[in-house]
Design a binder for this molecule. Structure first.
Ligand code: UP5
Ligand code: MG
Length: 207
């Protein structure tokens, strides 16, 4: 009888888990290579890649968006958009995709993001782990400046914005990575090699 009950409970638990969204958060400094590695993970493992920054830029560029100016202000200043906006863009994209496995890139970036996400999405999501690309500030800065010089069109690929992006990263985002690390969810990858070398390390976490 007892074994039967525990089997039923396990079944119910696995049903609940399988009906949830599987999420890997992808974090790391500006230019650490989050987007580049996510594209490779998508190709090899079939996740859907949602970059919070890309979704915010799309929303900013949407004609008549009521948040356009607010979003651009935060992007240029390297500060963080209130979670209600980012979380609803993420949830909308997740629902629309009809997929189950997501890489959420560049989120959550501060305590407000973490709390807002947990409140809205905590019950709907199975957080698998946090993929953390560790990359020194000088390497990250050079990558973003090179991208800006090559014509990225991003309003934050300049030295003034980059200084602020880093400040926010150190003060607001690192504590979020530390929080997940304390509950053993962080998987750290050294992000200073070539994209191919880095992906070899990433693969070990997904296979
Ligand atoms: N590159 C990549 N890998 C390389 C390698 N191994 N060797 C050499 N070059 C490499 O890469 C950056 C550049 O480096 C590219 O040119 C690439 O070719 C090259 P990328 O893969 O784009 O790095 P990524 O980490 O994705 O850098 P990104 O600039 O996108 O990081 P950010 O975290 O700064 O930007 P994001 O778009 O996530 O956010 C922008 C802003 O949006 C934030 O500052 C904030 O204001 C706002 N935001 C929010 O408010 N809330 C959110 O939740 C998210 C964003
Ligand atoms: Mg990116």
């Amino acid at each position: 009888m007892c074994m039967f009950v525990s089997r039923v409970l396990r079944g119910v638990q696995s049903f609940i888990m399988s009906s949830k969204y599987n999420v890997v958060f992808v974090l790391g400094g500006p230019g650490a290579g989050k987007g580049t590695q996510c594209a490779k993970i998508v190709e090899e493992y079939g996740y859907l890649h949602l970059s919070a920054g890309d979704l915010l830029r799309e929303e900013r560029d949407e004609a008549g968006s009521e948040y356009g100016e607010l979003i651009e202000g935060h992007i240029k200043n390297g500060t963080i958009v209130p979670v209600e906006i980012t979380c609803s863009l993420l949830e909308r994209a997740m629902k629309k995709s009809e997929k189950d496995n997501f890489l959420i890139d560049g989120f959550p970036r501060n305590q407000n993001n973490l709390e807002g996400w947990n409140k809205e999405m905590g019950e709907k999501v199975n957080l698998k782990f946090v993929l953390f690309f560790e990359c020194p500030l000088d390497v990250c800065t050079q990558r973003c400046l090179d991208r800006g010089a090559a014509g990225s069109g991003r309003s934050d690929d300049n030295i003034e914005s980059l200084k602020k992006r880093f400040e926010t990263y150190m003060n607001a985002t690192m504590p979020i990575i530390d929080h997940y690390d304390a509950i053993n969810l962080v998987r750290t990858v050294n992000a200073t090699g070539t994209p191919e070398e880095i992906f070899e390390e990433v693969k070990k976490l997904f296979s």
